[in-house]
Design a protein around this ligand. Structure first.
Ligand code: 5MM
Length: 343
């Protein structure tokens, strides 16, 4: 992919009114999700579930790209079409998670570093051949007593930047995902302070590794109260604080910001995105790259039974539509009922 194509892919990923479906759960994570609906985590069940998601009629209207896991990129739909080709046929860009997960960070108790740089250029070349157009790497920053440390923030920023450079050189648009976890009882002030430090370090590292900002997408967490904080910030406050933090730290050359949902409820994740787009006035498109907040209703409706596929697809279509509206600044909570879903 030349630089023009990288820019086109990056812009297409964040076209207003459309966003990204994160379906890149590693085997361990999807096993946890399947456990919640009492479904056995076999390769065929994982394939069938992803098949259900990707064959949802009309998904391409609201979904610009899907992030896949290595195993999924190699799998096929029931009619024998490779998933990457199926998505492309429906005007959805196939992407690939290329990080190898998180490990304990040495000398930094309670903190994580994301691994996967070794051999990455070679893996990217293979993923391009398999049809991937973009990649994803997630760094995790934990808030707690005395953490995050600068050691953790800078190590993760450096890894994100090295990953992004390798992807661009290999013809993939990198999604740069520094996730500040919602876990804990910290206030929204603390989340804002940590998010600002994390984003500053991330963009300094990206510049240091010569990453072209026009050819990437940022996938941050929102500025939000910790899950166990007694005082939960409202929708408008989350929207204002998140925008303020992003404006301070993210250069205008980045074409778009696609948020992660991070454990927020489905409707709250949509409401926050909708509120930010109602405020507007940002140099970047603001959209979604949700995993749980897009899949949760669908997974619960499916329960591993072929008889529930239509219901599960309708649930996914509904959430994708609501988030598409939020991305275009047209979401109202009443639309949840108005458009409804069979699930
Ligand atoms: C889909 O979940 C991804 C998790 O994969 P692992 O199995 O490697 O943990 C995750 O990276 C996801 O893409 C983002 O965190 C966004 O998902 P949420 O659910 O937070 O919107």
């Amino acid at each position: 992919m030349n630089t023009n194509e990288l820019a086109n892919v990056a812009r297409a990923m964040v076209a207003s009114g459309r966003g990204i479906l994160a379906a890149d759960e590693s085997t361990g994570t999807i096993e946890k999700r399947f456990k919640g609906i009492s479904v056995e985590c076999t390769e065929e069940n994982r394939r069938a579930y992803r098949d259900l998601l990707f064959t949802t009629k009309g998904l391409g209207e609201f979904i610009s790209g899907v992030i896949l896991y290595d195993e999924t990129l190699r799998q096929k739909s029931a009619d024998g079409t490779p998933f990457a080709a199926l998505l492309a046929k429906n005007n959805i860009l196939p992407g690939i998670k290329v990080d190898a997960g998180t490990k304990d960070l040495a000398f930094c108790p309670g903190e994580k570093i994301t691994e996967g740089l070794d051999g990455l250029a070679k893996r990217c070349a293979e993923y391009v051949k398999l049809g991937a157009k973009f990649a994803k790497w997630r760094a995790v920053i934990t808030i707690g007593e005395g953490i995050p440390s600068m050691a953790c923030i800078t190590a993760n920023a450096h890894a994100l930047a090295r990953y992004a450079a390798i992807c661009q050189a290999g013809g993939l648009v990198p999604i740069v995902e520094p996730e500040v976890l919602m876990d804990g009882d910290h206030t929204i002030d603390r989340c804002e302070e940590v998010t600002e430090r994390t984003l500053r370090a991330t963009f300094a590292a990206l510049a240091g590794q010569r990453v072209a900002l026009e050819h990437m997408v940022l996938k941050p967490s929102m500025v939000i109260s910790g899950k166990d904080c007694a005082k939960q910030a409202g929708v408008q406050e989350v929207a204002v604080r998140t925008l303020q933090t992003l404006k301070r730290t993210v250069p205008a050359a980045v074409p778009g910001i696609a948020f992660l949902s991070g454990g927020q409820s489905d409707e709250l994740a949509t409401a926050h995105l909708g509120a930010m787009n109602k405020i507007g006035g940002t140099p970047w498109v603001l959209t979604f790259s949700y995993g749980r907040a897009l899949q949760h209703a669908s997974l619960s409706a499916w329960k591993g039974s072929a008889a529930n596929v239509a219901k599960a697809q309708s649930a996914l279509h509904h959430r994708a539509r609501m988030n598409g509206l939020a991305s275009a600044g047209q979401y109202r909570p009443e639309l949840e009922k108005e458009f409804g879903t069979a699930a």
